[in-house]
Design a protein around this ligand. Structure first.
Ligand code: GDP
Ligand code: ZN
Length: 295
């Protein structure tokens, strides 16, 4: 039976790209059982289809999922491109760190994309930002859709993977997607999007094939985050420099707040871990504790 991946779902139909490169329109047969759980197919799911004509099929089974995002609802995403602008708005480390934790929690590969390089006047600032995040363990790409700077490198990271874009609104996610997919034509800029909001809310997410291979969700992705569903003990693992062997704290269950001999706090004091990143770790921990108290 042919296997394929759902790339689009619209009112009772699933659109499946088979491994052979065919696109089949499949009628949805409701819910599938998978490992005793009921599973409703999602965009991104690998499925088994029975072909019933040249262009039509029936979804017979949903294969196990590697990852599952809720907003946007997509299965089997490999990678998040976490986007933050260098200017307009000015670079802010706090929202970036928040998105990174969220993407880490989902178990995704991560690439940081710093946009609007054409507006930068002080390259030293950019250098400093890159150093912080590269030392934390992330690949960083600097882009501009005005000059084309960094677009090829970004394309190289997207190749052969299923990626989503995430980041605050206004940082340039739609502009990047338009650049990567010339047929897409997403609206860019806050103003135009507010006017067109009504039409946009019902649009379903679709996985689009990139010209050089790989797929990307045709939506600016998750732009708001909470730590709901996350345990306090899991936060450290969402900071690669904390979970990294070189710093790894030898105390089980250490939250790296004020425990004596904590290796993470020592790393911050000796400059091995960025102090702002550590401050944000503490703040997220606090937020999670407060969230717990409220529910
Ligand atoms: P989104 O909300 O993250 O999807 O951001 P948009 O793609 O809508 O971009 C927000 C604004 O930033 C728009 O006015 C874009 O034209 C502008 N913009 C996006 N990328 C760049 C860039 O590389 N350079 C400059 N100068 N402006 C950009
Ligand atoms: Zn510790």
């Amino acid at each position: 039976m042919p296997q394929g991946q759902i790339f689009k779902a619209i009112s009772g139909f699933y659109y499946v790209r088979t491994k052979e490169g065919e696109e089949l329109e499949c009628r949805a047969r409701g819910v599938f059982k998978f490992e005793k759980k009921k599973v409703k197919p999602l965009v991104g799911d690998w499925v088994e289809v029975e072909k019933i004509s040249e262009r039509e099929g029936v979804v017979k089974a949903v294969l196990p999922r590697q990852t599952e995002l809720l907003r946007p609802p997509i299965a089997n995403v490999d990678q998040a491109i976490v986007v933050c602008s260098l200017k307009e708005p000015d670079f802010q480390q706090m929202p970036l760190d928040r998105f990174l934790v969220q993407a880490e929690k989902e178990g995704l590969d991560i690439v940081i994309c710093l946009t609007k390089h054409d507006l930068v006047t002080d390259e030293n600032e950019v250098e400093k930002i890159c150093t912080v995040y590269e030392e934390a363990g992330y690949p960083v790409v600097i882009t501009s859709v005005r000059t084309g700077h960094g677009i090829e490198l970004l394309q190289a990271y997207l190749k052969d993977k299923v990626s989503v874009f995430a980041g605050q609104s206004g940082v340039g996610k739609s502009s990047l997607l338009n650049q990567l997919l010339p047929d897409l034509k997403l609206q860019t800029g806050e103003v135009s999007r507010k006017i067109g909001r009504g039409r946009h809310t019902t649009r379903q997410v679709e996985l689009l094939l990139l010209p050089q291979g790989g797929q990307v969700a045709d939506t600016p992705g998750f732009s708001q985050l909470s730590f709901q569903g996350m345990e306090i003990e899991e936060l450290g693992a969402c900071f690669p420099e904390i979970s990294k062997k070189s710093i790894s704290c030898r105390f089980r269950g250490c939250l790296h707040v004020n425990e004596p001999d904590c290796a993470v706090r020592e790393a911050v004091e000796s400059g091995k871990m960025n102090a702002e990143r550590y401050q944000h770790y503490l703040q997220f921990l606090q937020e999670m504790k407060e969230q717990k108290r409220r529910y």
